[in-house]
Write a protein that binds this ligand. Sequence first.
Ligand code: C5P
Length: 399
Amino acid sequence: MMAKTIGIGVTGGIAAYKIVDLVSRLKKDGLDVVVIMTEGAAKFVTPLTFKTISGREVLTDLWQESQEFKVQHIGVAEQLDLLVIAPATANFIAKMAYGIADDLLSTIVLANTVSVLVVPAMNSNMYRNTAVQRNLTILNEYGYRVMKPESGMLACGVTGPGRLPELDDIYDEIQQMLYPKKDLAGKRLMVNAGTTCEDIDPVRFIANRSSGKMGFCIAEEASARGAEVVLVNGRCQLEPPAGVNVVPVWSADEMCEVMRKYQPACDVIIGSAAVGDFKVATVETHKRKKPDDKSEKWVLELVGNPDILQELGKHKTGRQVIVGFAAETENIVENARKKIETKNLDFIVANDVTQEGAGFETDTNIVTLITRDGEVKPLPKMSKREVAAAIIDKVVEIL
Ligand code: C5P
């Protein structure tokens, strides 16, 4: 197996000296470590130190000629399996949050497509500052993993949060990100996503605001953890995750039919799609013309759609795990329990859609997992990918 390549971006904080030990440890594991330093970082530790420990040229300058790559920042980014920013200063965190690319490391951050671990370290007041906290939230929303600094005596003499976390903890986090769990290996998982569409006539249809992000994140997470994934995709504009079998559908009836077809082969089914509850009773065969008389009314008659999860619940086999979502505005737990019963589910992912940062069209979600046996587990505001990981953790527990 080829050694994995890990990029260590060091920015200008006193904790930079501790990262030398981290690099040494990763090297001992046989990893290929590329150290990229900002100008500030090089004031604390010399590039020569990192070069000696990593056994590779340390990269510091956006404009330096590269022997190895045609375009250095792109070439470096393409090599990486993981990018770690440690220590991450307030300034660098702000640059990452706003997509500023004015030096080599910040340019690599933008060109990078693999997972990112951010390890902030700074003075307590700076860390608590609203701007810094807001920027860290933005990084979370991008799907970056952001570690919490430790509290303790800081180099500036202040005691409080801001210390670089223990190297052991950073090292463990890196291991988890480099070698993700494969706890769904050999399992088949089906998830639906996005909105269903109900035709009115050949050009018009009824849909809803669901972006499909949550379902796509579940598909991505399950696939990363080894599952064979079928993503039954209502109308959404997202790039399908690599390695996932995508089945596009249009209406709720079609989605139901497809999912019933795949159901017998599945170990896990997750219903994250916003299935339209109604469809048009009679779909017009020709496009209805605009009336000459504006006061002319067009009354649509709607009839109920199948409840897809309920249908699947009826045909659930003993070992199948079925998970539903519930967008609620009140009595979350009580309503979730009812749905678990009527749809024959193992658990519900409930979110209060009135909360900021939850529900449709956002990158984050605030959910509570409610299981059949009565466990109620509220989770903090997280990126949808992190929510997906928490859902899969629960699925694995039940399997
Ligand atoms: O009953 P309610 O719409 O609140 O339930 C939401 C859950 O049921 C979601 O998981 C959704 O995907 C699923 N559902 C469905 N078919 C419907 C309506 C909702 O599968 N017609």
